[in-house]
Ligand binder design. Structure first.
Ligand SMILES: [Zn+2]
Length: 228
């Protein structure tokens, strides 16, 4: 091999190594090298696959009106938590289809639902990250549930600091934070909201209120995880 050929070979190897370094090659759950989420860790996303539908009795969060149903796939702990944080903050977009598929719980226990609508992140966050994690999760869920995704909601303004407000003002503050940007295909349809994590359900309830006002027949919700 001549000098130029050898030099090109070295450059090629360096480029390949650079590429390997650029691509995170470890499982978000256990750091094992290979897939973004390994085969041993994926089952954690299905922690509640066999659980009864609905919110179990005795848990603090009841179904927030006007939602018709709220389901989540796993507690926001361990592997599920690490995978969701890696999607949200580390730019590990390859996790989105896997996390979206966790919504297969909805296929088992979800009632009705004509289309999926992701809960939109604030425009500032989308600009910083370059993507909206709930939208990516909804795309993954769409394939699994064979229902279309519509990006009908938008955040109309940054929410005021919630901790300064009493309970009623908090709810009003959130409702004002969402609007229906595009009501095509919503009227008389049953919407399933999709988000990464639910805590109190207040955000989902605010989105549901905006969609009902725009003519939706009913609104349910499914999230990958629930945080307590
Ligand atoms: Zn793993």
């Amino acid at each position: 091999m001549d000098l130029v050929g050898r030099a090109l070979g070295v450059l090629h190897t360096v480029a390949e190594r650079g590429l390997d370094l650029a691509l995170p090659a470890a499982c978000a759950g256990c750091r094992r090298e290979g897939a973004p989420l390994c085969r041993e860790c994926i089952p954690f996303l299905d922690a509640r696959l066999e659980a009864e539908p609905g919110v179990p009795v005795g848990l603090p969060a009841e179904l927030p009106p006007p939602l018709l149903q709220l389901e989540w796939c796993a507690p926001f702990t361990g592997v599920t938590r690490r995978a969701l944080l890696a999607l949200k903050y580390d730019g590990e977009r390859r996790l989105a289809p896997l996390l979206g598929a966790a919504v297969r719980r909805w296929r088992r226990v979800g009632v009705g639902g004509d289309l999926l609508i992701p809960v939109p992140a604030s425009p500032d966050r989308v600009r910083d990250r370059g993507y909206d994690q709930a939208a990516l999760i909804a795309q993954g869920a769409s394939r699994d549930l064979r229902r279309p995704v519509r990006h009908s909601l938008e955040r109309v303004r940054a929410t005021a600091a919630q901790f300064d407000l009493d309970r009623a003002s908090r709810a009003a503050n959130l409702v004002a934070a969402f609007s229906v940007a595009n009501d095509a295909g919503i009227r008389d349809r049953w919407v399933v909201l999709v988000d990464d994590v639910v805590t109190t359900g207040a955000t989902l309830a605010a989105c549901a209120a905006a969609l009902l006002e725009a003519g939706a027949l009913g609104v349910s919700a499914v999230t990958v995880a629930r945080e307590r």
